[in-house]
Design a binder for this molecule. Structure first.
Ligand code: NAD
Length: 340
């Protein structure tokens, strides 16, 4: 079977990482039909919008996309294409696994966390305005609908992946109504899983400290959008940094796979960025497509190349370029098992 996948290379380091990920995914022997579309800064220059309708149309047709990072100007300019994509396609669950990699120097060697971040509302709803010259207001939206479905997703993920505990992360001591509703929904859903998946909650500031000190106490975390964004970078830092942290944006009609990191413009075009996060996002995509064996081969090849310590990307202490690392991973992929 050939899988139709929309490929969005993105800005900054995105295009070289996309080439690297395609090299590895093609080497699995799984058959892809790639539909390459552009979004981001270059499209703004050429077409007056960073997110042309053709990008959304292609993802809606293929139902699956692999995406590089896209730049968002800070404090001015166009709205985040990444946030707009997630909202337009209702990609409500942002799943970001953070797992230690053998050979990568970090504080702990046994971190295995999965961040499940609500992806459509909260302060990322983008409703903000100036109040006169000297004040500004951003509106935080938390709904029962979105909170119930992300909580349900986190528990279903835990069951499907043999995970033992879900921790809801919030600031309901201060935001009693908005985060209070999120927590209430998580507690409601947790009751349906009693005896199968444990449940607890943590206030987000305490959660950050606990993750830094005792990450082994945690398993699946479910968070509203903003805390999910921040805590997933923290979790990435526990396992070697943004260069190795993959992600999936899941909806009912489509799924977009992309790394946690951004477009790192200072490294663009230099063949120095680490493609691991996008390659591992490709492995998450393979699982979503039902190509579990190929996904496991990609993950084990990435781990093998890093553990071997010969072809290691620069952010992990080595000197391998983007392309060389991808070629090494592709070369290490065991041959696909022939169907009986
Ligand atoms: P960033 O993730 O691009 O870079 C932060 C730092 O992390 C870099 O300076 C670099 O040291 C390191 N890094 C990140 N990815 C790496 C890789 N693959 N290999 C090696 N090192 C890597 O974050 P930023 O500087 O805050 O953001 C840059 C741009 O990216 C901004 O415009 C931001 O809005 C955008 N962004 C996009 C996404 C997305 O597309 N989903 C996510 C985050 C940020």
């Amino acid at each position: 079977m050939t899988h139709r996948v929309t490929l969005i290379p993105g800005d900054g380091i995105g295009p070289e990482l996309a080439d690297a990920a395609v090299t590895v995914l093609e080497a699995t022997g799984v058959s892809f039909e790639w539909h390459r579309v552009d979004a981001g800064e270059r499209m703004l220059e050429r077409h007056g919008t960073p997110l042309p309708d053709s990008v959304l149309d292609s993802i809606r047709r293929d139902r699956v996309a692999l995406k590089g990072p896209i730049t968002t100007p800070v404090g001015e300019g166009f709205r985040s294409v990444n946030v707009a994509l997630r909202q337009a396609l209702d990609l409500y669950a942002n799943v970001r696994p953070a797992r230690s990699l053998p050979g990568v120097e970090s504080r702990y060697d046994d971190v295995d966390l999965v961040i499940v971040r609500e992806n459509t509302e909260d302060l990322y709803a983008g409703i903000e305005h100036r109040v006169g010259a000297d004040a500004a207001e951003s509106i935080k939206i938390i709904t029962r609908h979105a909170s119930m479905r992300i909580a349900r997703y986190a528990f279903e993920y835990a069951v499907a992946n043999g995970r033992r505990k879900v921790t809801a992360v919030h600031k309901a001591n201060i935001m009693k109504l908005s985060d209070g509703l999120f927590l209430e929904c998580c507690r409601d859903v947790a009751r349906d899983y009693e005896g199968r998946v444990a449940f607890e909650d943590r206030i987000v500031d305490n959660m950050c400290m606990q993750l830094v000190q005792k990450p082994d106490l945690y398993d699946v975390l479910v968070l509203p959008n903003l805390y999910g964004d921040i805590v997933s970078d923290l979790a990435a830092g526990l396992v070697g940094g943004l260069g190795v942290a993959p992600g999936a944006n899941i909806g009912t009609e489509a799924a977009v796979f992309e790394p946690v990191h951004g477009s790192a413009p200072k490294y663009a075009g230099q063949d120095v960025a680490n493609p691991t996060a996008l390659i591992l996002s490709g492995a998450l995509m393979l699982r979503h497509l039902g190509e579990t064996a190929a996904a496991e081969r990609v993950e084990s090849a990435v781990r093998g190349v890093i553990a071997e310590g010969v072809t290691v990307p620069r952010d992990l202490g080595g000197s391998a370029g983007t392309r060389a690392f991808a070629v090494a991973v592709a070369a290490r992929l065991p041959a696909p098992v022939a169907a009986a």
